[in-house]
Each structure stands twice: as structure tokens, then as C-alpha cells.
Write a protein that binds this ligand. Structure first.
Ligand code: FES
Length: 145
């Protein structure tokens, strides 16, 4: 049911933890399943993501997608991090079962929420970034599981 990469990132998640005095912190939940994800970004003066950590209170797919998402944004510019969509994360994981696709949205939205926090703190705008929601369950058109 799950690819080897998903199992690997679920069993050995990368970048778990917190960053003190992070440049941006984003927390997003999905009230439908009750899962919550928090992402911490450490961004330097040049707008490069030097470090990223996450904490997920959620299902295995949420853990695996957060782990992969953090790997994909690390070392990237803020702009490049905007390209790390849930689709990109799923591709990097060799896919997710259809009922678990919504879990990957949590990772994308949590990164966006952390970027939004960073942008607000620094009085900048990031192209293509919209105000994040705290509950992505409301955005789902139909129950995905
Ligand atoms: Fe809620 Fe996966 S994130 S079931």
C-alpha cells in the first residue's frame, strides 16, 4: 500500500524537532481527522532556509510527507520553497494511496503558514503566498477518507 520511501520517512522521519527563535513558525490542523502539524523555519538574511524542523501529531502519511517536505525545502530560497507543493512531495515519495493524499496537504500548508509568519515578521511579501488557514479540513470538498 505504501511505497518504500513513505515507509522509510515514516519510520525514520528527518528533521523532527523544534527551532528556538525560528524565523517563521506555522501550525496547521485538519479538524476532520484531528491531525496537527507544526513547521519551524530558520531563514538567513539572504532568504535561504538554513534549517527546518517539524512536529506532527498525525497519521503515518502526515509524518512521511512532513519529513520529505522538510528535506525538499532545506537549503532552498523562500521562493523555491513555494514550489514544494503537496504534489511535489508526493512525487518525491513515489506516491501515496488516494485516501492519504489529503495528509500531504498538511505539510504544504504548514510550510506556507511558516513562510507567512516569516514574511509578516519581516514586513515582506512572498509572491504567490496567501494567508494560510489554520484548519485545512474546511477546504476539502468531500471527506477524503
Ligand atoms: Fe489526518 Fe492523515 S493527516 S489522516
Amino acid at each position: 500500500m505504501y511505497s518504500e520511501k513513505v515507509m522509510d520517512h515514516f519510520q525514520n522521519p528527518r528533521n523532527v524537532g523544534e527551532i528556538e527563535d525560528a524565523s517563521g513558525v506555522g501550525t496547521v490542523g485538519n479538524a476532520r481527522c484531528g491531525d496537527i502539524m507544526r513547521i519551524f523555519l530558520d531563514i538567513d538574511e539572504e532568504g535561504i532556509i538554513r534549517d527546518v524542523k517539524f512536529k506532527t501529531f498525525g497519521c503515518g502519511a502526515a509524518v512521511a510527507t512532513s519529513s520529505m517536505a522538510t528535506e525538499l525545502v532545506k537549503g532552498k530560497t523562500v521562493r523555491e520553497a513555494m514550489q514544494v507543493t503537496n504534489k511535489a512531495v508526493m512525487e518525491a515519495l513515489d506516491g501515496l494511496p488516494p485516501v492519504k493524499v489529503h495528509c500531504s496537504l498538511l505539510a504544504e500548508e504548514a510550510i506556507h503558514a511558516a513562510l507567512w509568519d516569516y514574511a509578516e515578521k519581516n514586513g515582506i511579501t512572498i509572491e504567490g503566498l496567501e494567508r494560510p488557514v489554520s484548519d485545512i479540513g474546511e477546504q476539502e470538498e468531500e471527506p477524503a477518507y
